[in-house]
Design a binder for this molecule. Structure first.
Ligand code: SAH
Ligand code: SF4
Length: 436
């Protein structure tokens, strides 16, 4: 359970200058074969085409045959959502048996699911164990689904924890940090579709929102869960490839948004190789303040960041960059800040997303008052930016930004305590309603 004192201790023990630009060195692949489940078999779920083909060649399928088999299995995995090799009717009996012997179609485990009154769903997902560094238990991440009137957005994680230490973000205070593999990232979309009943022929769960033009509930993906995606860029690029494959999961790359705190030298490659939409966690208009809020700014200042934005491949009025701006009371929320923000972004095709700050235990900030947010948004609106305030969603289940995982740990601790007291977990989640 995360507490204020642990957060403070960790921040003191890890000076900001040392933590800048340090990507975690531990990748799951280095510790154990990808996606090894309890039985020691590799799961094929989430793998890219290349990795799937290599896996088939690895069990003796010839190079020539492997291409066709990859396409068949790909279809079952990512169009049909198959959970058993038996479902693969166009794959021969012999190969199916061979596949079942070497691999599984296991998904990462959903440890808990919370459903908000507004239909937002938050899943705590446990990855297959990768070794001692995650206590042989499997790292846990959170994934949130937010239904809207004409879309359904899935918020995915790219790392367990984060090496950066933004002062307003709870994820940055987490101890265990490792990169997720490309399969672990892509499989979050598969898990979400499983839980929502979002595969052809399955019945969608109640209150799941409406489907988009492709007939699916999940229409958009945002990399705004745990971690800094640009510090795990290879895996993120591959995972975006899996999610956007038109013969598979089929999302449009335009509808996949990667959010970064500003890892300037990696932005161009993200644009070129993932061709995803970009979101920038700006949060301040002056270097002095941004240095404090987003310590990475000491390395890549606002000027360099905005230049990298202007140079972002594919940028146009039809494809704008989203600038995220967290509203912190008395810190970055004055009229002068709002005016400086629109001046700063002049000439960049941009959307501005004002995010009400979500406090966490021991956090050194408060959320701006609603009247202040309205005034700020009015100035931004007058400058030509539409609907800029992001409404907090899933507040009753703590699914908001910067509250992922750590709050769940707290809930689970409470659940344990209450179970020991002979109470059911429902009571805990009912008691977790912070909205009212
Ligand atoms: N590491 C990436 C993506 C994950 S964070 C990044 O920083 O962009 C997703 C968004 O949530 C970022 O804009 C981040 O600044 C914001 N955020 C983090 N903690 C928050 C909090 N407590 N309240 C509101 N927004 C927060
Ligand atoms: Fe990491 Fe993003 Fe949180 Fe900063 S805001 S600590 S980069 S997850």
């Amino acid at each position: 359970m995360a507490t204020a004192s642990i957060d403070t201790a960790r921040r003191e023990a890890r000076p900001v200058s040392e933590s800048i630009e340090k990507a975690p060195d531990i990748r799951p692949e280095q510790v154990a074969p990808l996606g090894v489940g309890l039985l020691g078999k590799t799961s094929l779920v989430g793998l890219s085409r290349e990795r799937l083909q290599q896996a088939l060649i690895g069990i003796g399928v010839s190079e020539r045959e492997s291409r066709m088999r990859t396409s068949q299995i790909w279809h079952w995995l990512y169009v049909r959502g198959a959970t058993a090799f038996d479902e693969m009717t166009n794959v021969g009996k012999g190969l199916k048996a061979q596949l079942a012997q070497a691999f599984t179609l296991d998904r990462p485990e959903v440890v808990s699911e919370q459903v908000s009154r507004d239909g937002t769903r938050k899943w705590l997902i446990r990855m297959a164990p990768t070794g001692a560094h995650d206590h042989n238990r499997g790292a846990e991440i959170e994934c949130v689904y937010i239904p809207g009137p004409d879309r359904g957005t899935l918020c995915v994680s790219s790392q367990v924890g984060c090496t950066l230490t933004c002062s307003f973000c709870h994820t940055g205070t987490q101890r265990l940090v490792r990169n997720l593999s490309q399969a672990e990232i892509a499989s979050q979309l598969v898990v979400a579709r499983d839980r929502l009943g979002d595969w052809p022929g399955r019945t969608p769960v109640r209150n799941a929102g409406s489907t988009g033009e492709a007939g699916r509930l999940v229409t958009n993906v945002v990399f705004m869960g745990m971690g800094e995606p640009l510090y795990n860029l290879d895996a993120v690029i591959e995972a975006v490839g899996v999610m956007s494959d038109q013969e598979g999961l089929g999302l449009s790359r335009r509808r996949i948004t990667v959010s970064t705190s500003g890892v300037v030298p990696r932005m161009e490659r993200l644009g070129q190789e993932a061709n995803a939409s970009l979101a920038i966690s700006l949060h301040a208009v002056r270097d002095e303040l941004r240095n404090e809020l987003v310590p990475l700014n000491r390395k890549y200042g606002i000027d360099a960041l905005l230049q990298a934005c202007r140079d972002y491949p594919g940028l146009s009025n039809a494809r704008r960059i989203t600038f995220e701006y967290v509203m912190l009371k008395g810190v970055n929320d004055s009229d002068a800040d709002a005016r400086a923000l629109v001046r700063l972004l002049k000439g960049i095709p941009a959307k501005i997303n004002l995010i009400p700050f979500n406090p966490w235990p021991g956090s050194p900030y408060e959320c701006s008052d609603w009247s202040r947010i309205e005034r700020f948004s009015e100035i931004v609106f007058q400058a030509g930016y539409a609907s800029p305030v992001r409404t907090p969603r899933g507040r009753d289940i703590l699914a908001a930004c910067g509250q992922l995982k750590s709050e769940t740990e707290k809930l689970r601790a409470r659940a344990r305590m209450m179970l020991e007291d002979g109470m059911g977990a429902e009571a805990v989640y009912a008691g977790a309603d912070l909205d009212s």
